[in-house]
Design a protein. Structure first.
Length: 436
C-alpha cells in the first residue's frame, strides 16, 4: 500500500504557567499532527513536537517518503536519514537534553521525524488489517497502562490568553502545602497511584520539604519521584538523595551529564543508599547507553518514542535494558490524546516497562483535544488499551482546525521557557545548571 501523502498540521494548545529548571511554560504548547495517507484512502495519524522548524522538517520528509510502501519502514528510515544527512544508524550524535529542550535540538531531527511517521504508519496499517497498534508491536502484556501524577510548581493561570484563556483548574502552587493540594486534586481527578514532582525550581531545602509533605500526606504506599532536570551539583544531589532516601522510587536527572550522574551514584552507594537514578536528559538515545552502563550513571532509562526513533526503537530499548539490568520508564512533554494513545499502545507491548509512565495530559484542557469523542479517560491512574484498529481514535476535524487557528494566532513558533521566565517572573533570569 503506497503512501500517497503526508499531511502536517501545526497546532497550539493552552498550557498553564508550569515551572522547571528550563524556566516557565508559555501559555501555549506547540504540537504537530502528522497524517499519512495510503493509496486506499485510509489515513494514519500521529502527534509530534511542534513549531516552525518541525514543520519545515516534515515538509522535507514528505518529498522523501511519498511513494514508499507503508510497510517498508526500514527503507523509510534510511530515506529520512539520507535526507537529513546523518549516518543511517539510530545513534549518530549526542542529543542530550541537558541544555536544550526536547524537540528543540537539531541532532535528533531524523529520529523525531521518523518516529512520527512510524506511529502514523502503524495506525494506518492497524486500520487496514483491523488490529490495534499494540498487536502490531508484538501484542499486549497489559490491558491498562498506569501513568503517574506529574506535579509542577505553578503560577496562577490555566493557559491560553485573552478570550482564549482556560480556567485555572489547579490553582497556584508555589509552596509545599500547595503542591500537596495539587497532588490530592490530581489523584482525586485521575486516581494516580504514583507521583512525580518537577523540581529544580526552588532551593533544594524547599523541594525536600515538599517531598516530605507529599510523603506525609500520601503515605508510604504511593511511590514518589523528583526531577530537577540537572539543577543540582553532585554535592547537592548527594545531600538531597540522603535526605530523601527511602522516600524515593527513583531520583530523576539530579545533576547534568553522565559523569555527574555516575558520581552521584557512587556517592550514594558509598553511603549505603541504593535509590535508582533515572534519566531522560543525559540518556536520550542509544548512543548514550554504553557509557551510562559502563559508569553505572543511570539505573532507569526514561524512554520517549517521540525522539528515540519510534515505538519499535523503544521495544528494542526494552530488550537492551533487560540485558543490562536497567529499569525502563516513560518520559513526557506537553501533549494531547494522539500521543497519549501511542504511548499507551507502546507501553502495553513493552514487558520491561514496569514503572507508571509520565504524562502531562492532566495539564491540558478538554477544549484543546483534537480527538472525536474528546479526551482520553485516565481512570484509576491508568489508560485502557484500545481494542479498536490502529491507535483506536479518529481526529475531530473541527477541533484540529481550531488548534491550527490557535497556532497561527498565538505568535509562538518554538518552545523557549527561559524567555517566558524573563517575561513573566524575573527579567534577569538565566538558566544555569547546576544552579544549586
Ligand atoms: O514540561 O517543563 C516540562 C518538563 O521539564 C519537560 O520539558 C521535561 O522534558 O518532562 C520532562 C522531564 O521529565 O524532564
Ligand atoms: Mg525528566
Amino acid at each position: 500500500v503506497k503512501i500517497v501523502d503526508l499531511r502536517v498540521t501545526p497546532i497550539a494548545l493552552a498550557d498553564p504557567p508550569l515551572r522547571s529548571s528550563y524556566g516557565l511554560h508559555a501559555p501555549y504548547a506547540l504540537r504537530t499532527v502528522v497524517e499519512l495517507v495510503g493509496e486506499d484512502g485510509l489515513v494514519g495519524v500521529s502527534e509530534a513536537h511542534g513549531g516552525e522548524q518541525t514543520l519545515g522538517d516534515f515538509a522535507r520528509a514528505r518529498e522523501t517518503i511519498v511513494g514508499h510502501d507503508v510497510y517498508d519502514l526500514a527503507r523509510v528510515w534510511l530515506a529520512i536519514a539520507r535526507t537529513f544527512g546523518v549516518a543511517a544508524g539510530p545513534d549518530a550524535a549526542d542529543r542530550s537534553h541537558t541544555y536544550l529542550l526536547p524537540g528543540e535540538g537539531r541532532l535528533d531531527v531524523p529520529l523525531r521525524v521518523y518516529a512520527a511517521i512510524e506511529v502514523a504508519a502503524l495506525d494506518l496499517i492497524g486500520k487496514m488489517v483491523g488490529r490495534p497498534v499494540c498487536d502490531l508491536l508484538g501484542g499486549r502484556v497489559r490491558d491498562e497502562v498506569p501513568f503517574s501524577a506529574y506535579l509542577f510548581y505553578k503560577h496562577s493561570g490555566g493557559g491560553g490568553v485573552g478570550d482564549d484563556a482556560r480556567p485555572d483548574v489547579w490553582g497556584e502552587a508555589l509552596t509545599p502545602e500547595a503542591i500537596v493540594t495539587q497532588a490530592n486534586a490530581m489523584i482525586a481527578a485521575y486516581g494516580f497511584g504514583s507521583v512525580k514532582l518537577k523540581g529544580g525550581v526552588f532551593a533544594p531545602d524547599i523541594e525536600i520539604e515538599t517531598m516530605r509533605a507529599l510523603r506525609e500526606a500520601l503515605g508510604p504506599e504511593v511511590p514518589l519521584r523528583i526531577d530537577p532536570n540537572g539543577a543540582w551539583s553532585v554535592e547537592t544531589s548527594l545531600r538531597v538523595g540522603a535526605e530523601l532516601a527511602g522516600a524515593l522510587e527513583y531520583l530523576e536527572d539530579p545533576t547534568p551529564g553522565l559523569g555527574g550522574m555516575a558520581a552521584v551514584r557512587r556517592g550514594l552507594l558509598a553511603s549505603g543508599i541504593d535509590v535508582p537514578l533515572a534519566s531522560n536528559i543525559a540518556v536520550t538515545s542509544f548512543s548514550d547507553v554504553p557509557e551510562a552502563v559502563r559508569t553505572d550513571a543511570v539505573q532507569v532509562i526514561l524512554s520517549d518514542h517521540h525522539y528515540w526513533g519510534g515505538p519499535r526503537a523503544i521495544i528494542q530499548l526494552g530488550r537492551l535494558c533487560e540485558t543490562f539490568g536497567l529499569g525502563l520508564s516513560m518520559h513526557s512533554n506537553s501533549h494531547l490524546g494522539v500521543s497519549l494513545l501511542a504511548m499507551t499502545h507502546l507501553a502495553a507491548a513493552t514487558p520491561g516497562l514496569t514503572y507508571a509512565c509520565d504524562t502531562h495530559y492532566p495539564w491540558q484542557h478538554a477544549a484543546d483535544e483534537i480527538l472525536q469523542g474528546g479526551r482520553v479517560p485516565i481512570v484509576n491512574g491508568a489508560v485502557r488499551v484500545p481494542d479498536r484498529p490502529g491507535l483506536g481514535v479518529e481526529l475531530d476535524r473541527d477541533a484540529l482546525a481550531r488548534g491550527r487557528e490557535r497556532y497561527e494566532r498565538c505568535g509562538y513558533c518554538h518552545r523557549d521557557d527561559a524567555v517566558e521566565m524573563c517575561r513573566h517572573v524575573d527579567p534577569s533570569w538565566k538558566r544555569v545548571v547546576p544552579a544549586w
